[in-house]
Design a protein around this ligand. Structure first.
Ligand code: FES
Length: 107
């Protein structure tokens, strides 16, 4: 199982577990975790699955492709250097323990 820690803007941490192969967004939605909306269901057209990935995990992820980079311009909360769209983060055993900060708002 892959462990994911979601840290909300108020500092509350929610931990979810998922099998490898799902996206971080899918794992959060499946567990009804608050803070990731994912209006488009992972089609890369909404930017409401915005997260900021903490190190060392941010450096371990494949870099965002051009489509993700383009959508990151449309996040409701200001984009940060470590901003990613969680529907594009594929869960693997290697990144178990990944910790992401959630933006104050997705809309
Ligand atoms: Fe819409 Fe990620 S769920 S861009």
């Amino acid at each position: 199982m892959v462990t994911i820690h979601l840290v909300s803007a108020d500092g509350t941490t929610t931990t979810v577990e998922s099998k490898p192969g799902f996206s971080l967004m899918e794992a959060a939605i499946h567990d009804n975790a608050k803070g990731i909306e994912a209006d488009c269901g992972g089609l890369l057209t909404c930017a409401t699955c915005h997260v900021m990935v903490r190190e060392p995990f941010a450096s371990q992820l494949p870099p965002p492709d051009d489509d993700e980079l383009g959508m990151l311009d449309f996040t409701a909360s200001p984009r940060q250097p470590n901003s990613r769209l969680s529907c594009q983060i594929k869960l693997t055993d290697e990144i178990s323990g990944i910790t992401v900060d959630l933006p104050a708002t997705q809309h």
